[in-house]
Design a protein around this ligand. Structure first.
Ligand SMILES: NC(=O)c1ccc[n+]([C@@H]2O[C@H](COP(=O)([O-])OP(=O)(O)OC[C@H]3O[C@@H](n4cnc5c(N)ncnc54)[C@H](OP(=O)(O)O)[C@@H]3O)[C@@H](O)[C@H]2O)c1
Length: 320
């Protein structure tokens, strides 16, 4: 278990990502599978669950809440997020209370601002309400997700931020390059990173002929587009000898590498059913040797450090 900043909130060495359970973006989800996935994760030692209002407009939060009924509340870490439409001062507290109702809980362990505002709401306005939520005990700590360095530095002027949630994996290493990770290390801010498996690419289950239906957001995500997809698949391929050496799967090696990256508190790994959770759980409890970790780091950088700057992990528009 690792602590997030100075908060006293602790997370397990991997966190279960519950976005897919919302049913949107990922081409549908099955509630029974989702419940089984959460229970399997808890039984396997994962105590931390990451959800958000926007994951199925509350569906993922409800499922997390339902599964959590079988777990002692003080033993689990529940993470959810404030969506962009709720950042004005009169919306922050009601939005959090709606999340609490859907989760059927009295408090949220980590409440993230999901994205910086794209409608010009000053961050100080949102942070002031987040601080009120913290003072009232409705949330235990405040997080920022998808903020760049400049946006983070502005936000921390208005209240204590204990954790951030950026995208990070062997094929997406923006925070290495833009100073965010160094800033978090220097300032004791926890980092729980998302899309650890690059939405499935780093499981090795996709190939050049894989296509996604239009209701699956992967059809639009940068790494799945011509010019970038082949290189990402190659990174997965390069993990094979390491998987064989450690008698692990490619996914387990990719997760283990991320777990041991300096500055990453814990990676968030998404899963849609108990079978995937079971596989991902076996990424814990062992460690790549320093030499192998470095070798993987090198070929990962060869790909990830050469990517252009996309608007974000989900939007292939090149912004620089
Ligand atoms: N803050 C943010 O803006 C933000 C953004 C993205 C994600 N997140 C959080 O981070 C979590 C993780 O990221 P992610 O879900 O985007 O991506 P991920 O962890 O890279 O990949 C998860 C997906 O890969 C597939 N998968 C997982 N384990 C597998 C296995 N063992 N074998 C085969 N396929 C497997 C599943 O999809 P299929 O079965 O459909 O292939 C699963 O939904 C999310 O659930 C969410 O909680 C946050």
């Amino acid at each position: 278990m690792k602590q997030l900043g100075n908060s006293g909130v602790k997370v397990s060495d991997q966190i279960l990502g519950c976005w897919v359970m919302g049913g949107t973006y990922w081409g549908g989800a099955d509630d029974k599978d989702s419940l089984e996935a959460i229970i399997k994760a808890y039984e396997g030692g994962i105590n931390s669950f990451d959800t958000a209002y926007v994951y199925g407009r509350g569906r993922s939060e409800r499922i997390v809440g339902e599964a959590a009924k079988s777990m002692p509340r003080e033993e689990i870490t529940v993470i959810t997020k404030l969506w962009k439409t709720d950042m004005e001062k009169d919306r922050v507290i009601p939005a959090c209370e709606d999340s609490l109702r859907r989760l059927d809980m009295d408090y949220i362990d980590v409440y993230f601002i999901h994205y910086p505002s794209d409608t010009g709401v000053p961050i100080g306005e949102t942070m002031e309400q987040m601080m009120k939520l913290k003072e009232s005990g409705k949330i235990r700590c405040i997080g920022l997700s998808n903020f760049n360095l400049e946006q983070m530095k502005e936000a921390v002027q208005y209240g204590e931020v204990d954790v951030i949630q950026p995208c990070y994996s062997l094929v997406w290493r923006e925070i290495d390059r833009d100073g965010v990770l160094d800033y978090c290390i220097e300032n004791n801010i926890g980092v729980i990173s998302y899309s650890t498996l690059a939405q499935g690419i780093l499981t090795g289950k996709f190939d050049e002929n894989t296509t996604f239906p239009s209701d699956d957001g992967r059809s639009r995500a940068p790494l799945f587009q011509d010019g970038y997809y082949k290189g990402a698949l190659k990174v997965a391929e390069q993990l094979k000898p390491f998987a064989e050496k450690y008698d692990k799967t490619i996914a387990q090696v990719a997760i283990n590498w991320t777990m041991h990256k300096e500055g990453i508190t814990a990676p968030i790994v998404g899963a849609r059913n108990a079978r995937q959770v079971e596989e991902n759980l076996k990424a814990s409890g062992w460690k790549l040797s320093e030499e192998d970790w470095q070798k993987i780091d090198e070929f990962s950088k060869e790909y990830a450090y050469k990517l252009p700057k996309f608007r974000n992990f989900f939007d292939a528009t090149i912004v620089e």
